[in-house]
Write a protein that binds this ligand. Structure first.
Ligand code: GLV
Length: 317
């Protein structure tokens, strides 16, 4: 009887890559594939999931650990039938670096006014504009977990002034940090480019509303306040972002995530001249890196050692 079979349930374009990597990495162990190669549900000890349908995990009576193949576990935690076994999320230098690339790219696009130069290029206009140094611009990172801290440190190395905010106190050498609701306004008042890397939880959903966006610093060297959301779509209220852009409390936004994905074809964001859209790919990771992590985690678990990156169901991340 197969011991400790691994179920792989990935919804999305990376499914085939994951399958190949799992077969290579776990040679000798049974890999079961959702949806049509699950086999005897009692064999499944580990489930590796990305947006697998709710209710699926409850079908495995001997399930020991759930591994989420991404950083955000909101989708898994929303499963009303989620079995009560440890849940670990992906946390890996490759993932942190990719999200950081996205943050640095869009912070620099804003800072160096790339949209303006793109527009000028289309019109064959050769014209420079005043350019401040990155050290005059304050970037504020909301969410200082593994990824947020990595992005904050990298943005500081690029030269930006960086401040950070998180729900619980975090210390990052060289970066001024703020914690908890009471210090949010002070953080926002310094921040010109707001980068959001928070998890989606009942206390963060909807946090990016008009009242918050109005508190960002608009009179700094960046020439206005800007939003970069690479966290979760549920954090933001689309109508409030549009209203903030219209009234000028926001000068621009780069959005990788949306409350409704795919972004509906009639969303005003598609054609908004000051909005940049990407299809929730800021954190697309190499399956290879994640598979190696899961191999290590299973090894630790089977040796009776504690798992890394365990999710607290109470906190929601
Ligand atoms: C991507 O959205 C992730 O949660 O890793």
């Amino acid at each position: 009887m197969p011991r400790g079979a691994i179920l792989l349930a990935v919804d999305g374009p990376q499914a085939a890559d994951y399958h190949r990597m799992f077969l290579e990495h776990f040679a000798g162990r049974e890999i079961r594939l959702w949806p049509d190669q699950i086999g005897d549900t009692a064999d499944i000890a580990y489930a590796c999931v990305w947006r697998a349908p709710h209710g699926l995990l409850a079908r495995f009576p001997d399930l020991k650990v759930i591994f989420n193949l991404g950083a955000g576990v909101d989708y898994v935690l929303a499963d009303p039938a989620l079995p009560n076994v440890p849940l670990a999320r992906a946390a890996n230098p490759d993932l942190s670096m990719r999200v950081t690339e996205y943050c640095v790219l869009h912070a620099l696009m804003i800072h160096r006014r790339q949209r303006l130069y793109d527009a000028q290029q289309r019109e064959r206009v050769w014209k420079g504009h005043d350019q401040s140094a990155a050290s005059e611009v304050t970037v504020g990172v909301m969410g200082l977990g593994v990824i947020g801290a990595h992005a904050a440190n990298t943005l500081a190395r690029v030269g930006f002034k960086v401040v950070g905010w998180s729900a619980s106190p975090k210390e990052i050498p060289g970066i001024e940090t703020f914690a908890g609701p009471a210090s949010l306004d002070a953080f926002l008042g310094k921040t010109e480019i707001l980068i959001v890397l928070l998890p989606s939880t009942p206390s963060t959903d909807g946090i990016l509303n008009l009242a918050l966006l109005r508190k960002l610093r608009r009179d700094g060297a960046a020439g206005g306040a800007f939003l970069i959301n690479a966290g979760r779509g549920k954090l933001q209220t689309d109508a409030d972002i549009l209203a903030a852009l219209d009234e000028g409390s926001l000068a621009g936004a780069a959005l990788d995530v949306f409350p409704q994905e795919p972004l509906p074809p009639d969303s005003p964001f598609w054609t908004h001249p000051r909005v940049t859209i990407t299809p929730h790919n800021a954190g697309d990771i190499s399956p290879q890196a994640i598979v190696a992590d899961i191999g290590r985690q299973i090894g630790r678990f089977e040796n009776g050692e504690p798992l890394d990156h365990l999710v607290s169901r109470q906190r929601g991340y």
